[in-house]
Design a protein around this ligand. Structure first.
Ligand code: C2O
Ligand code: CU
Length: 460
């Protein structure tokens, strides 16, 4: 089933050994330091030099932050990179002042400075953290990591494994390829990498035993790649999407689609035999490749109880009737273009926008920052109909609150924080405005956001 990967995109298992050990953070009351700084790691195949990166605490990905539901996260983020930065805690229904959006919720953290993040973790689930400043460059260079919030009564598993997926674009010398502001990336599908990584490694491997029950936490940290995944030697149920438990677990589909920033939690039983390998497979147009390999050794192969639903997180019921509504028209990009749009308070034509590196508009506005798309009172339900009138897919992410899709038959989909919109699609989301503040709604193809595809909602 698996084929050999192309040059550069596959390496031997040897490269897995050179990463710095991951320093897990203990949960106690003292704030810890999370340092953004330059580091190096062997990402490219052997024979290439190490790659210069920017990482948190010297490792790619940054340290796995693990807390218990209801804990407070207290971290002093120290900026030792040569650009202003900030940290966004993706998917956490967070206090607005801690959301990490420079210019909207906090000033950027200047080089040499520190920002104290301190907030409650109301929900259990799989989240992640990443730079939210010049993110096309800073996330690409490695400023991201997993944030796991455990259920006080978590399902029993033999191993809980985070699989943080990424792709990175390296040049022929093995360095992160510049520029980061290419007009092509900004106006097309975004910055797609040529080296695919799991937990910072091109050949991630983890030993398991036959019959083990695994919790696999898949996170897409790529700038723009939509991962299409499959499983081999694993019998899996999906138990959560974007951190939020499904009301009832669902058998994993043959192909799992993971858009940028999305997460899927699986409970997977190892059904491959002793001496075989189980895989998470990454499919692209050339075939299927090992995204993660699980060499299987002998185990008990005990019969397993059916997978039950994860304990629910706090619920903010959505009431569609009488909801406040808005529509969001997504326009621009290559093939369609923008004839013109508002940018920095002035009407500009498409050519002058392109010269400024701006290619996308939401409701005729490029990178809205002054007046919100919609204002809602605390507790109101908000419905936003989104129309993707572009030739590209977009991963639309709402900060601060999870939403449900309103399906064509009027039923509500599972709670998510990021929705993948195919070209030409019209979809509607609904959420309860339970969290006060200004919350970004933007495309998580990071070059698209940088090129205008962002707006925000206000909850008062
Ligand atoms: Cu994952 Cu606005 O971010
Ligand atoms: Cu987009």
């Amino acid at each position: 089933m698996l084929t050999r990967r192309r040059f550069l995109t596959r390496a031997t298992a040897a490269s897995a050994a050179v990463l710095a050990p991951r320093a897990g953070l203990a949960q106690d009351d003292a704030p810890r330091v999370l340092r953004a700084a330059a580091s190096r790691a062997q990402i490219a195949p052997p024979g290439y030099p190490e790659t210069a990166l920017w990482t948190f605490d010297g490792s790619l990905p940054g340290p796995e932050l693990r807390f218990m539901q209801g804990d407070r996260l207290r971290l002093d983020v120290v900026n030792d990179i040569p650009q202003p930065t900030s940290v966004h805690w993706h998917g956490i229904r967070i206090d607005n002042a801690m959301d990490g959006v420079p210019g909207l919720t906090q000033p950027p953290i200047a080089p040499g400075e520190t920002f104290a993040y301190d907030f409650a973790l109301p929900d259990a689930g799989t989240y992640w953290y990443h730079s939210h400043a010049q993110s096309v460059e800073q996330v690409e260079r490695g400023l991201y990591g997993p944030l796991i919030v455990e259920e006080p009564d978590a399902p029993e598993v033999d191993a809980d494994i985070v699989l943080l997926l990424d792709d990175i674009r390296l040049d022929q010398g093995g360095e992160v390829a510049e520029p980061f502001d290419s007009g092509f990336d900004r106006s097309h599908a975004g910055r797609i990498g040529n080296v695919v990584l799991t937990n910072g490694q091109t050949a991630f491997s983890r030993e398991v035993r036959q019959g083990d029950r695994l919790r696999l936490r898949l996170i897409n940290a790529a700038n723009a790649r939509i991962f299409e995944l499959g499983l081999q030697g694993l019998d899996a149920m999906v138990v959560a999407l974007d951190g939020m438990p499904l009301a009832a677990p669902e058998p994993a589909a043959e192909r799992l689609v993971l858009a940028p920033a999305q997460r899927i939690d699986l409970i997977a039983d190892v059904i491959a035999g002793n001496g075989e390998d189980a895989f998470v497979i990454h499919y692209d147009r050339d075939g299927g490749y090992a995204q993660a390999t699980f060499p299987v050794s002998a185990g008990t192969a005990a019969a397993r109880a059916p997978v039950s639903a994860l304990p629910p997180n706090p619920d903010f019921p959505i009431t569609l009737a009488g909801a406040r509504t808005a529509t969001l028209l997504m326009e621009g990009g290559a093939m369609r273009g923008l004839s013109g749009a508002m940018f920095n308070g002035e009407r500009r034509d498409g050519r002058s926008l392109a010269e400024a590196g701006m290619f996308w508009a939401l409701n005729g506005v490029v990178g809205r920052t002054v007046t919100p798309l919609i204002e809602a009172a605390l507790g109101e339900t908000v419905r936003i109909g989104m129309a993707n009138d572009t030739a590209f897919a977009h991963a639309m992410h709402l900060h601060g609150m999870h939403f449900s899709e309103v399906r064509a038959d009027g039923s509500l989909g599972p709670l998510r924080d990021t929705l993948l919109m195919a070209p030409g699609e019209t979809r509607e989301i609904a959420f309860t405005a339970h969290n006060p503040g200004d919350w970004l709604l933007h495309c998580h193809m990071l070059s698209h956001h940088a090129a205008g595809m962002g707006t925000f909602v206000r909850v008062t």
